[in-house]
Ligand binder design. Structure first.
Ligand SMILES: Cc1cc2nc3c(=O)[nH]c(=O)nc-3n(C[C@H](O)[C@H](O)[C@H](O)COP(=O)(O)O)c2cc1C
Ligand code: SF4
Ligand code: SF4
Length: 253
């Protein structure tokens, strides 16, 4: 089994590890000229962004040549999925794959504009993450399949949501609108965790470029809490307790 994963704050990396198999980092695969993956089971594990998948994961699905008899898609998320399963099904179809299985793991919501991380951590036990992961592990090892229909009406609504809401919001909320306060020590960690190679740190300061994935890795892993957005529900930052800063830099560099 092979799992291709994308992670910013470690939830998806932890979930991928717990599900098992050979793990491949999507940001690293995206830097290769071509991507060929063949295995009896192949899956994607990534966060849900705006009820969809991260833009890089969508691009990865277009780029990769995946050959498998069992393709699955697992989201990690913090509150609600909207039509995320249907987006996974359509992306798989576009890539010539049949989506055999889809599921999601409710974890800490790292979406700083709306969610206070301390509150998220205080209520994490109620989400029973290990139980959710066990169910997914069992389903995948039994090669359970799920079927659901994406109707023409649903598809039209999803296209509209993508064009009018999800994508414009992600573009507007890119790192170009973040601020870095003067507690920054120019340590370079933000650049090291960025999956999109969108940050450069020099003696002059931190510079964001224009190809941000809006994953919030830089905001969450800055040891000084120096990076800020206009709207934040709290100042605490997050990294999954089972994942180290080293793991994130290894995954995203
Ligand atoms: C830009 C952005 C959008 C998000 N949108 C959603 C969403 O639509 N629904 C949801 O439940 N969680 C949403 N989240 C929360 C993440 O999906 C969740 O915290 C995920 O587990 C993070 O995974 P990671 O730690 O692997 O990066 C969003 C997070 C970010 C950064
Ligand atoms: S991680 Fe934080 S302290 Fe380090 S360079 Fe980036 S903004 Fe500055
Ligand atoms: S700049 Fe920050 S939010 Fe944008 S892709 Fe890089 S780490 Fe993620």
């Amino acid at each position: 089994m092979t799992i291709c994963y994308f992670t910013a704050t470690g939830n998806s990396l932890y979930a991928a590890r717990q599900i098992g198999g050979t793990l491949l980092s999507i940001p690293q695969l995206m830097r290769q000229e071509t991507v060929q993956i063949e295995d009896d089971a192949v899956g994607i594990v990534c966060p849900c962004f705006n009820c969809e998948m991260p833009m890089m994961v969508r691009e990865f699905m277009r780029k990769a040549h995946i050959r498998t008899g069992y393709f699955f898609f697992i989201y990690t998320y913090g509150s609600g999925l909207g039509e995320a399963y249907a987006y996974a099904k359509l992306a798989a179809r576009e890539a010539g794959l049949n989506l055999s299985y889809v599921n999601a793991v409710l974890m800490v919501n790292n979406f700083i504009p709306f969610y206070d991380i301390q509150e998220q951590l205080d209520t994490l036990a109620e989400k029973k993450v290990e139980k959710q992961l066990q169910k997914i592990r069992d389903d995948i090892s039994l090669r359970v399949t799920v079927y659901f229909k994406v109707t023409v009406t649903m598809k039209a609504q999803m296209n509209m949501y993508h064009k009018k809401v999800a994508e414009p919001w992600l573009r507007k909320d890119s790192a170009l609108s973040y601020t870095v306060n003067n507690s920054c020590t120019r340590c370079g960690i933000c650049a090291a965790v960025c999956p999109a190679n969108n940050i450069s740190v020099t003696a002059e300061g931190v510079r964001f470029s224009d190809h941000c994935e809006v994953c919030y890795a830089c905001l969450h892993h800055c040891p000084r809490g120096a990076i800020h957005m206009k709207q934040e529900a709290g100042t605490k930052r997050f990294r999954n307790e089972h994942v180290s800063l080293y793991d994130i830099t290894e995954a995203n560099q």
